[in-house]
Design a binder for this molecule. Structure first.
Ligand code: NAP
Length: 236
């Protein structure tokens, strides 16, 4: 998918990875609708701010009605509640699903008429290694990111005839506000954005942005035993 000369929509464009994607899409020659819950927070030079809350269908419809010629949709917006599946707050679990599954789904449905109007178009869904594995502390978020992975694969097949490329970005920890509380090695979101856009441009359907994504992807072939070795060890 050629970025130069295209028009892109990026959700959650005001900070974190979304801000880097917006900056770099513009640097690569795209016109970018930078969508945010509060568009006043968009400060990327050259971006076109637009209001869009991915959990609010009316706001998505209004954003689609205000935009023209979008050929690249980047579903980036995300949040992390930390809710656990068994005893986490039920509303938080629904929020994870609304943000990571229904949000991107509604954005795709609303913007698909614009995508379909182009000979070629693309969707980039920002997923995670947690689309593939789930650990205590991250389970509600993981379930939603798994749903987003299935969404990505399903939409890819449905839109192949209209030549819309549907790509997934899988990444481990990135140095953004979302995981500021976690003390681990993290990827530079600017580098992740560059890898994601290189992948988008070269037609990759599954972009693996860091070593953690590559390792977990490899372990998928080994099933539960490879993904969760600690669960197979007898309790001490
Ligand atoms: N950070 C990581 O380690 C990591 C790893 C793998 C995947 N990811 C994924 O990467 C993506 C970007 O996250 P990030 O790391 O850049 O986090 P971040 O710095 O916390 O930024 C999250 C962005 O999403 C926006 N957002 C949240 N809920 C929204 C909603 N309902 N409607 C519209 N925008 C909303 C936020 O807007 P406000 O400013 O209005 O809150 C913000 O712009 C997410 O999909 C996340 O799940 C992150």
């Amino acid at each position: 998918m050629q970025i130069d000369g295209s028009t892109a929509l990026v959700t959650g464009a005001n900070r974190g990875l979304g801000r880097h994607l917006t900056e770099q899409l513009i640097a690569r020659g795209a016109t970018v609708y930078a969508a945010a819950r509060n568009p006043d927070r968009i400060d990327v030079p050259g971006a076109v701010p637009i209001q869009l809350d991915v959990t609010d269908r009316a706001s998505i419809a209004a954003a689609a009605a205000q935009t023209r010629g979008v050929s690249i949709v980047v579903n980036n917006a995300g949040s992390f509640t930390g809710a656990g599946l068994v005893d986490g707050d039920r509303d938080d679990l629904e929020l994870e699903m609304r943000t990571h599954y229904f949000g991107p789904l509604d954005v795709i449905r609303a913007f698909n008429p614009q995508l379909a109007a182009h000979e070629r178009s693309a969707i980039l869904n920002v997923l995670s290694v947690l689309s593939w594995v789930s650990y205590p502390g991250y389970t509600g978020y993981s379930a939603a990111k798994s749903a987003a992975w299935s969404l990505t694969n399903g939409v890819r097949g449905e839109l192949v005839a209209q030549q819309t490329q549907v790509s997934a970005l899988h990444v481990g920890y990135m140095d953004t506000d979302m995981v500021a509380h976690v003390d681990v090695a993290k990827s530079d979101p600017a580098l992740v954005a560059a890898i994601a856009l290189d992948g988008l441009e070269s037609g990759e359907l599954e972009v693996l942005a860091d070593d953690m994504a590559r390792a977990v992807r490899t372990n998928l072939a080994g099933g539960v035993a490879a993904l969760y070795p600690e669960l197979l060890r007898p309790a001490a």
